[in-house]
Design a protein around this ligand. Structure first.
Ligand SMILES: [Zn+2]
Length: 197
C-alpha cells in the first residue's frame, strides 16, 4: 500500500471510529455494511455471503439474519475501535484469529487428522485486515493535534489556556504534520506572530 492510499484508508477508519453511525433499522445495518464493502473491495476483493440470504426467508430466518448482521457489526466495531485506538495511543493490538487448529476423527482411516477451522466471514476479516495493513505501515501518521485549543479572547497568559491542546486525533499527510486542520494551524501561526510582534 502506498502512502496516499494508506492515508485515505486510515482517515476513513478514523472517521468511522469518531462517528460510528446509529444503526437502528435492518435497512440502516445493511446500508452500513454495504458502505464498508464498497470501501474495502477496491483494496481487497471479498465475497458477500450475508446480505443475499434474507430475500426469500421466513420471519424467523430474517430475525436470525438480522442477529447475524448485529453480531458482524459488533465484531467489526470492536476490532476497528481497538485498532484505531492502538494507532492513536501507540498501543499494541491483536487481530481476531481467522483460523483455529483442530483435530478431527477420520472414521475411514480409524485415526485423527490435524485440521483447521476458519470462522467469521471473509468480508469481516478483509475489513479488519485492511486497517491492520495500513496501520502497520503508516500508523505513525495518526497523530493527536498539538495546537493550543481555541481560547476566549483576552485570556491569553492564563496557564490553563496555554496547556490545553486541541488533541483531536487525525491522519497527517506526512510524518511532520502536527495539526488536525487549517484552523488549528492558523491559530498556531497567529499566536506565534503575536508573540513576536
Ligand atoms: Zn486541532
Amino acid at each position: 500500500m502506498d502512502r496516499k492510499a494508506a492515508v485515505k484508508v486510515l482517515r476513513w477508519y478514523l472517521g468511522l471510529y469518531k462517528n460510528w453511525p446509529a444503526l437502528v433499522t435492518l435497512k440502516d445495518k445493511k446500508k452500513f455494511l454495504h458502505d464498508v464493502l464498497v470501501f474495502v473491495v477496491p483494496h481487497r476483493p471479498v465475497g458477500w455471503p450475508v446480505l443475499e440470504a434474507a430475500k426469500t426467508a421466513t420471519k424467523k430466518n430474517r430475525e436470525m439474519d438480522e442477529k447475524s448482521l448485529d453480531d458482524l457489526i459488533a465484531s467489526l466495531r470492536a476490532n476497528i475501535c481497538q485498532l484505531v485506538e492502538a494507532g492513536i495511543y501507540r498501543r499494541a493490538a491483536m487481530l481476531p484469529w481467522r483460523i483455529t487448529p483442530t483435530i478431527e476423527w477420520r472414521e475411514s482411516e480409524k485415526r485423527f487428522i490435524k485440521a483447521q477451522t476458519s470462522h467469521g466471514n471473509e468480508f469481516y476479516y478483509s475489513a479488519v485486515e485492511l486497517l491492520y495493513d495500513a496501520l502497520a505501515e503508516y500508523g505513525h501518521l495518526i497523530k493527536t493535534c498539538q495546537a493550543p485549543r481555541a481560547g476566549k479572547r483576552g485570556k491569553r497568559g492564563n496557564a490553563a489556556t496555554i496547556t490545553q491542546t486541541c488533541n483531536d486525533p487525525f491522519v497527517a499527510e506526512r510524518p511532520s504534520g502536527m495539526y488536525c486542520s487549517a484552523t488549528c494551524q492558523n491559530r498556531v501561526l497567529a499566536r506565534s506572530r503575536s508573540k513576536y510582534a
